[in-house]
Design a protein around this ligand. Structure first.
Ligand code: 5FU
Length: 261
């Protein structure tokens, strides 16, 4: 098997600005941790992000779960991203035709393209969804992740569907920066582009599930399966001390990465 590339090597191969910035941030902060700060209170979300900011390379948001949203909140978020040096990934999971996602990405209440660096999309509609998102994001140096797999039980994103995401990614090397993946080593050899990033949700130090389909893997096994960035939600924000929990996941993820090189 070809040797695993370091984040520095992947950065050097990256064809997209946001992707390059992600790898450079990971190296600079020694962090492959992305925290999903899925709390409903905007005030609490901002306070927690300020606490855990030093430990993450990327913040994952679900803007539509927040109880308050306006341009000031967007500004607070991008200020925190600058203060702590992390990227913002809005986990919007676009899934419509190209023309509709253009306005879902750039318009509405949330104006996602104005404050996020990375978004993601399902390829259910076909490649037109990538063309639409690219029309908005490429000129602003944004990046797109394709949902190749999901962490939830019974996911239909598998087999030939997963492989199709690789084809769509290879056709859009300027804008598609990688995948939401669970077990990338089992299918990623089909990709020509070794710069692409694999971001993996469903990560917890204690394995198990949540009673609603989520299935957890620990940081070490996720990295061993080919993941580059670990996404942790409840493992951090439900912890008694979110900051020390984020530090613990940062350390676990980084040691797992170093042990793979
Ligand atoms: F695409 C996916 C997926 O396949 N599984 C996920 O869990 C996204 N997620 C998100 O990651 C989910 O919406 C949460 O925001 C986060 C996982 O949170 P947890 O609290 O660590 O389970």
């Amino acid at each position: 098997a070809p040797k695993r590339l370091s984040y520095e090597e992947k950065a050097a191969l990256a064809k997209n600005e946001a992707l390059k910035r992600l790898y450079n941030t990971m190296v600079a902060k020694k962090s492959n941790l992305s925290v999903a700060m899925d709390v409903n209170s905007t005030e609490k979300m901002l306070a927690l992000v300020d606490e855990i900011g030093p430990h993450i390379c990327c913040l994952k948001t679900h803007v539509d779960v927040l109880d308050v949203w306006n341009d000031g909140v967007a500004k607070s978020l991008t200020d925190l991203a600058e203060k702590h040096n992390f990227l913002i990934f809005e986990d919007r999971k676009f899934a419509d035709i190209g023309n509709t996602v253009v306005s879902q990405y750039s318009g509405g209440v949330y104006k996602i393209s104005e404050w996020s660096d990375i978004v993601n999309a399902h390829i259910v509609p076909g490649p037109g969804i990538v063309d639409g998102l690219k029309q908005v994001g490429l000129g602003q140096n944004k990046g797109l992740l394709l949902l190749a797999e999901m962490s939830s039980a019974g996911t239909m994103a598998k087999g030939s569907y997963t492989e199709e995401t690789v084809r769509v990614a290879d056709e859009n090397p300027d804008f598609v920066i990688g995948f939401i993946s669970v077990n990338p080593n089992s299918w990623t050899k089909k990709s020509k582009d070794r710069s692409l990033v694999h971001m993996t949700p469903g990560i917890k130090l204690q394995k198990g599930g949540d009673g609603l389909g989520q299935q957890y893997n620990d940081p070490k096994s996720a990295i061993a399966r080919g993941s580059d960035v670990l996404i942790v939600g409840r493992g951090v924000y439900k912890a008694e001390d979110p900051k020390s929990s984020a530090a613990e996941y940062q350390k676990a993820g980084w040691e797992a990465y170093l042990s793979e090189l």
